[in-house]
Design a protein around this ligand. Structure first.
Ligand code: S3P
Length: 169
């Protein structure tokens, strides 16, 4: 039988390098649900990578696009990975009410190692670890405010994270 049409999206949040996209895709697969990645849809809409949106148009334009796309995708069924900074938007935080919101917790050291030297993240150029320490300090209260569950992922690979999430819905 088809899933009830009103089932709200399952949302994955957390810092850059927390594993949102990898875990979200695996979780969607295990639950036989579509997977939606907000950053990817933003890039499709804008017709360019996020780093170029920041460089050409600035962060406020990116945040507007992010809020519009996130609010739109929250109405769909499936597993939805948000951008790491999505929780800084009041509109997005309010729209998360009523959803299963999974917070993938990570320490700055692990996040920095996972992000590596990938230059696709315009906020994480230069001192990656130092910037993550600062971003985590600012955002942890925001992730905590909207999450309905949290998982420490430092010691877990993505498959183990998904096993935990499926065990404890
Ligand atoms: C951002 C995180 C990125 C992306 C953009 C801004 C942030 O997503 O949305 O570069 O503010 O932390 P990831 O969390 O997938 O890296």
């Amino acid at each position: 039988a088809a899933a009830a049409p009103t089932t709200p999206a399952i949302v994955v949040i957390g810092a850059p390098g927390s594993g949102k996209s990898t875990v979200g895709a695996l979780l969607a697969d295990r639950l036989s649900l579509p997977f939606l990645d907000v950053d990817t849809v933003i890039e499709e809409r804008a017709g360019k990578p996020i780093a170029e949106i920041f460089a050409d148009d600035g962060e406020p334009v990116f945040r507007e696009l992010e809020a519009a796309v996130t609010l739109e995708l929250l109405d769909r069924q499936g597993v939805l990975s948000l951008g790491g900074g999505a929780v800084t938007s009041v509109r997005i935080r309010e729209a998360l009410a009523g959803h299963r919101v999974i917070w993938l917790r990570v320490t700055a050291g692990t996040a920095a190692r996972r992000v590596g030297l990938n230059t696709a993240r315009p906020l994480l150029l230069g001192n990656v670890h130092g910037t993550l320490v600062k971003l985590l300090a600012e955002r942890q209260p925001l992730y905590a405010a909207v999450a309905t569950e949290a998982l420490d992922t430092d010691e877990l690979d993505p498959a183990a994270v998904v096993d935990q999430l499926i065990k404890e819905p």
